[in-house]
Design a protein. Structure first.
Length: 326
């Protein structure tokens, strides 16, 4: 009932994007655009649901850009309004009460590198206008100072939906749509990239073996992998990786060398239904999955599928004989 160890599958990754996997047309398109936009100084907009890998793609664009500075990121949508300007622009000594020393701010810290402005849709309009003005004019000033400084970094903006939709909803100001051109990249949700789930799961398992106790499982059973490939993943790649993290530790605790469906979070595992009028292969798959979840106990598997033990035996006999007995 066990398939090959996933660690034996080549860890295919996208060329020049070490931390990303691209097998789906959507991701191939995204990385093509990332390669094309990387050398430019103009802002790039990444949009997509949470957990789709926008931060990883932003880091990849930075790595390909050839910029001499480092990569910095800030969730501008979660900054407290009273602290946002100070966090981003910095201040002069004495600019306000308790400002006993000067502060550089993220714009200064980023230098000639890249600054990812994450969750821009959550920033208030006044802050969006200030940031877009900095991106456009390439200058800013510290709080409490009259001296203008150069904004040398390259900006990448991350939002949760298509910018046009967010502008129409009044969440983003129109400047984002009109002032900076159309260097936009969509990060598709995982449900549109299911062919990448096996490799993403393999990468997550590989990371578990490096970062967690290494005496855990070295692979996933074929049925466990099938369950992972059926998940909805509202949290996308981040949720898939979290599911593998949990499964790794539970399988390790149970002393298993492979992850089985019982190790996966319940929300990942779809409810089991025995396809009474389905093809023999569909019935076999349902029985095998039920046996995986019940540690091979036929009676428990029959109860899970709401069928008799005789049905379970008939399906397994069909698998052994290859004859139509189901």
């Amino acid at each position: 009932m066990h398939g090959p160890l996933l660690r034996e599958v080549p860890a295919v990754r996208a060329p020049a994007h070490d931390d990303l996997v691209a097998l789906s047309p959507a991701m191939v398109d995204a990385l093509y655009l990332a390669d094309a936009f990387a050398p430019a100084d103009r802002p790039v907009v990444l949009y997509g649901e949470t957990g789709t890998g926008k931060s990883r793609l932003a880091k990849s664009i930075h790595n390909l850009s050839g910029r001499t500075g480092g990569f910095h990121a800030v969730s501008v949508g979660t900054l407290a309004p009273s602290l946002a300007e100070d966090e981003l622009f910095g201040h002069e000594r004495g600019a306000f009460t308790d400002a006993r020393t000067a502060r550089v701010g993220l714009l200064g810290e980023s230098g000639a590198g890249t600054l990812l402005l994450d969750d821009m849709q959550g920033a208030p309009p006044w802050l969006q206008r200030k940031l877009f003005d900095v991106m456009d004019r390439r200058i800013y000033r510290l709080l409490g100072s009259d001296r203008m400084l150069a904004a040398a970094c390259r900006f990448i903006i991350s939002v949760s939906e298509n910018p046009n939709t967010l502008v129409e909803q009044g969440v983003l100001i129109k400047d984002l749509r009109y002032r900076f051109g159309r260097m936009w990249i969509r990060m598709a949700p995982l449900r549109e990239r299911r062919e990448e789930i096996p490799l993403l799961a393999a990468r997550a398992l590989e990371r578990c073996r490096k970062e967690l106790p290494s005496d855990g499982p070295s692979g996933l059973s074929d049925v466990a992998l099938a369950v992972l490939c059926q998940g909805e993943y509202l949290g996308n790649v981040r949720e898939l990786e979290g599911a593998v993290d949990q499964a790794y530790m539970l399988a390790r605790k149970a002393g298993r060398d492979m992850i089985v469906p019982a190790d996966l979070p319940p929300e990942i595992s779809p409810p089991l239904v025995y396809p009474r009028r389905g093809a023999p292969s569909e019935k076999l798959r349902a029985v095998r999955l039920a046996l995986e979840r019940t540690s091979g106990k036929a009676a428990a598997a029959a109860r899970l599928l709401m069928v008799s033990r005789t049905t379970i035996g008939a399906v397994l006999a069909f698998e052994r004989s290859g004859k139509r007995t189901a």
